[in-house]
Design a protein around this ligand. Structure first.
Ligand code: NAD
Ligand code: USQ
Length: 484
């Protein structure tokens, strides 16, 4: 059965069939129970409007004399710190790829609320991952169609919808020609490091989906909207955890008496994080070669659920992942505290990362759009507001839990990842502040509200999904379920 939507607002360049036929490959047996005994098909076909079978791939020398490194905050093509535009942000036509996801949904609503003309492009593959792995958002989320209808009825604002895969260039071209974006915000990738480390098929899917999707977006901009500003979601994880300060994208190095400003070294530590490095390289190259204007937002770990817009109606509620594959550290800890599960610190817990509230994600994207990169400029912003180690996060959640009468314990779980557990970390993050970002810092009151949010939905928690059973070292090996 195919769904054809009658609403004029909702453009269906491709129509997603409700009868996704699941085909199991010969290697099906090897991961017939990959995660908590849930079924997980490895190959699946989606019928689309134009192509009858658009397949989602799930089958699956010389000694150096001297080297001086100086920090810089300027991209190569840039001439100085970014000044906030004095002009109020003009309404733009903004395409939000991945607009049905966690960051994308909140951002699409925020930009629409600010008066921009917004179109969501999404193939809903994230909802499919949940079905495949037997996962569920902590919060009940309605279909993208209901969400958009609800938004329209509350605000009178239209969000256009294009359901399709950005890896399908024909689909993407039609979407670009139809919507004619001034800016594209690209969230539409497989974003979980553990997912990319489940097995070969997910590693291949992640890199194929992310790298080809982004390449297609670059080609679509070149062919159809040369002046369009690409705002691409990268990740702080591209840099890894070097034993020196992390700069915003570029570093000036003096080596054997010569000086250059170069892309900051990348040391990603999962197939997912590596896909982002490849994306960044492709974007930087096309800025040079074709004059594309791009901003790479190297975002830290996002937490929180509520934004002003998602709070307007329960049908606008955002997703909130707490499971061992898609759940991220602080969100997971809040849910764990709410249900009386010990907080799962991996290894020694000294892993330090940049974090930000989802309300700051939407603000940062808005600022990047209002202050676009110049033609040919590859601009990199480190998008986070505070840095914490996992132990520090656990201590904060424990304290906040106590105030709410929760007895919060912490357990050290053998680290399923290959990562430094005690390391230096000092990452710069000034450029978005210079553009006007007003951070929501993690205060007691915010943790209270996050914990209360988790408590509100705690009856929906599936405890079996809390522990991760994906291992970096034993990738592809059927994992045992670890219990706390
Ligand atoms: P998400 O999984 O909730 O949303 C991603 C959305 O993109 C989903 O709706 C999915 O269906 C869609 N999508 C994926 N592949 C697509 C394709 N080929 N064509 C069309 N749509 C596709 O992820 P999120 O947490 O919202 O993350 C969004 C972006 O932000 C990702 O690129 C991620 O790497 C980046 N990011 C996220 C975080 C975080 O903590 N969530 C932190 C740093 C960076
Ligand atoms: N961790 C724990 N216990 C847990 C979960 C995580 O100790 O229960 C640790 C991890 O080992 C890691 C740190 O917390 O050291 C962060 O892990 P995470 O799962 O919160 O985040 P990560 O896998 O890095 O990925 C998330 C998003 C990804 C984004 C990235 C930003 O899923 O899309 O790119 O955050 S960053 O971490 O800056 O690379």
């Amino acid at each position: 059965m195919r769904i054809l939507l009658a609403e004029p607002n909702i453009k269906m360049v491709h129509v997603l069939s409700t009868s996704c036929s699941l085909r199991f490959t010969s290697s099906w047996k090897s991961y017939s129970q990959p995660l908590n005994s849930t079924t997980c098909p490895t190959s699946l076909s989606l019928q689309t409007f134009k192509s009858p079978f658009r397949k989602l791939v799930l089958q699956a020398e010389k000694p150096q004399r001297s080297c001086t490194v100086c920090a810089t905050t300027f991209p190569i093509t840039d001439c100085g710190p970014h000044q906030r535009s004095k002009e109020p942000s003009k309404p733009q036509r903004i395409m939000v790829i991945g607009g049905d996801g966690y960051c994308g949904w909140a951002t699409a609503l925020h930009l629409s609320n600010k008066g921009h003309k917004v179109a969501i492009v999404d193939n809903l593959v994230r909802r499919l991952f949940d079905h495949q792995l037997g996962l569920n958002s902590l919060t009940p989320i309605t279909s993208i169609h209901s969400r958009i209808r609800c938004w329209k009825s509350l605000t009178g604002k239209t969000i256009e919808l294009y359901i399709g895969d950005v890896c399908d260039f024909e689909f993407l071209s039609e979407t670009f020609k139809s919507f004619e974006p001034d800016a594209v915000v690209h969230f539409g990738e497989q974003r979980s490091a553990p997912y990319s480390m489940i097995d070969r098929s997910r590693a291949v899917f992640t890199q194929q989906n992310n790298v080809i999707g982004t390449l297609n977006v670059l080609f679509a901009i070149k062919e159809f909207r040369e002046q369009c500003h690409l705002v691409k979601l990268g990740t702080m994880g591209e840099y890894g955890t070097p034993n020196i300060d992390i700069e915003e994208g570029y570093i000036t190095i003096t080596h054997n008496g010569r000086t250059d400003t170069l892309p900051y070294p990348k040391q990603a530590s999962s197939f997912y994080h590596l896909s982002k490095v490849h994306d960044s390289n492709n974007i930087a190259f096309t800025c040079k070669a074709w004059g594309i204007r791009a901003t790479d937002l190297n975002q830290g770990v996002v937490y929180g659920a509520r934004t002003d817009e998602t709070e307007m109606h329960e049908e606008l509620c955002n997703r909130f992942d707490y499971d061992g594959v898609f759940g991220t550290a602080l969100n997971r800890f809040c849910v764990q505290a709410a249900i009386g599960h010990p907080l799962t610190v991996y290894g020694k817990g000294g892993q330090t990362r940049g974090y930000l509230d989802i309300r700051d994600t939407v603000q940062c994207v808005e600022l990047a759009i209002a202050n676009p990169a110049q033609p040919g400029e590859f601009r990199v912003f480190n998008q986070f507001t505070e840095q914490f180690s996992v132990n520090e996060l656990a201590a904060l959640v424990t304290e906040a839990g106590k105030k709410l009468g929760l007895n919060v314990e912490t357990v050290s779980v053998p680290n399923p990842r290959v990562e430094a557990e005690e390391h230096y970390y000092n990452a710069k993050h000034t450029k978005l502040i210079e553009l006007g970002l007003k951070p929501h810092l993690l205060s007691d009151s915010l943790l209270d509200s996050l914990l209360n949010f988790a408590i509100k939905f705690k009856d929906r928690v599936d405890r079996k999904q809390i522990m991760t059973n994906v291992s970096w070292r034993k990738i592809g090996v059927k994992p045992k379920t670890v219990t706390a």
